[in-house]
Design a protein around this ligand. Structure first.
Ligand SMILES: C[S@@+](CC[C@H](N)C(=O)[O-])C[C@H]1O[C@@H](n2cnc3c(N)ncnc32)[C@H](O)[C@@H]1O
Length: 264
């Protein structure tokens, strides 16, 4: 499993280039779909730089974020001083049972070695009657900007590079995830459609910013000469139909699984 670990300048690049275009708009949708009630204790699992935690903090809630990655957490703390951010693994959340009223997990479950265990751990930290909302991408084919990039990475660098960007789209099968949520104990499990329109100024920027802001950054220094230019040319050809004078705009298909911990 690709665990989406960023080092060095990675968290800042992720925040600057991807959160504004993708993860903050998604967090806004998520927090609208399942809104914190006043006074709710909210947990953001796999919080990264805290996109969901920040949106949830806008309401009168007490917000905690948890993530494996210390660099992501350090940036999250700077960006949301009113929330608390702690290191931890989603499969063994470092909180007592029944500590939260609402648990979010946005684009994190697909990076976990044992997503079923992570959902069980989220269930345990929720109080009876508490709610969960898990956001995931649908199949890569429903995100044409990334499908084009994955194709070009396969062709010009190799499948290891393509697979890094396949990772985020690895849990596109919503019925399977809904089944995992039900198996973890949640009831009233529902799936909602979410589709974003993602802007980038140009194809070269899509390619270079995606490489800088994802785990591809580590390997990119050792790619063959000319690979970047070849990737960019292929992506430009594939995305011609999504470009205009004001740049690039392509859809990203996603969904949100919601559920509730039964009252005792
Ligand atoms: C694509 S980022 C999403 C971050 C954030 N939720 C957002 O929407 O911007 C995926 C995050 O999952 C975290 N992650 C991966 N496996 C994890 C695990 N087992 N427990 C906690 N966090 C994990 C990574 O460290 C990374 O910050």
């Amino acid at each position: 499993v690709e665990t989406f670990q960023l080092a060095g300048a990675g968290p800042l690049a992720y925040e600057e280039h991807l959160v504004s275009r993708i993860f903050d708009p998604l967090a806004a949708r998520l927090v609208t779909l399942v809104a914190p009630a006043p006074g709710d204790r909210v947990l953001d699992v796999a919080c990264g730089t805290g996109a969901v935690a920040r949106r949830a903090s806008a309401s009168d809630a007490t917000v905690v974020g948890v993530d494996l990655n210390d660099g992501m957490l350090a940036l999250a703390r700077q960006l949301a001083p009113s929330a608390r951010f702690v290191p931890g693994d989603a499969a063994a959340l470092p909180f007592p049972a029944h500590s939260f009223d609402l648990v979010y997990c946005q684009q994190g479950l697909q990076f976990m070695a044992d997503p079923a265990a992570a959902l069980r751990s989220m269930f345990q930290v929720l109080r009876p009657g508490g709610r969960i909302a898990v956001a995931l991408w649908r199949d890569l084919a429903l995100s044409p900007g990334f499908a084009a990039l994955v194709d070009a990475l396969d062709r010009h660098v190799g499948p290891d590079a393509g697979n890094v960007l396949r990772g985020p789209f690895a849990m596109g099968e919503h019925t399977a995830v809904a089944g995992l949520a039900a198996a973890a104990g949640f009831d009233a499990v529902r799936v909602s459609n979410v589709c974003l329109a993602v802007p980038f100024p140009s194809v070269p920027e899509l390619v270079s910013l995606e490489i800088a802001s994802t785990p591809l950054a580590d390997a990119a220094g050792s790619w063959p000469a000319g690979a970047l230019a070849a990737i960019t040319a292929d992506v430009a050809a594939a995305l011609h139909g999504f470009t205009a004078d004001d740049g690039l705009l392509f859809p990203m298909g996603g969904y949100v699984v919601t559920g509730r911990s039964p009252d005792v």
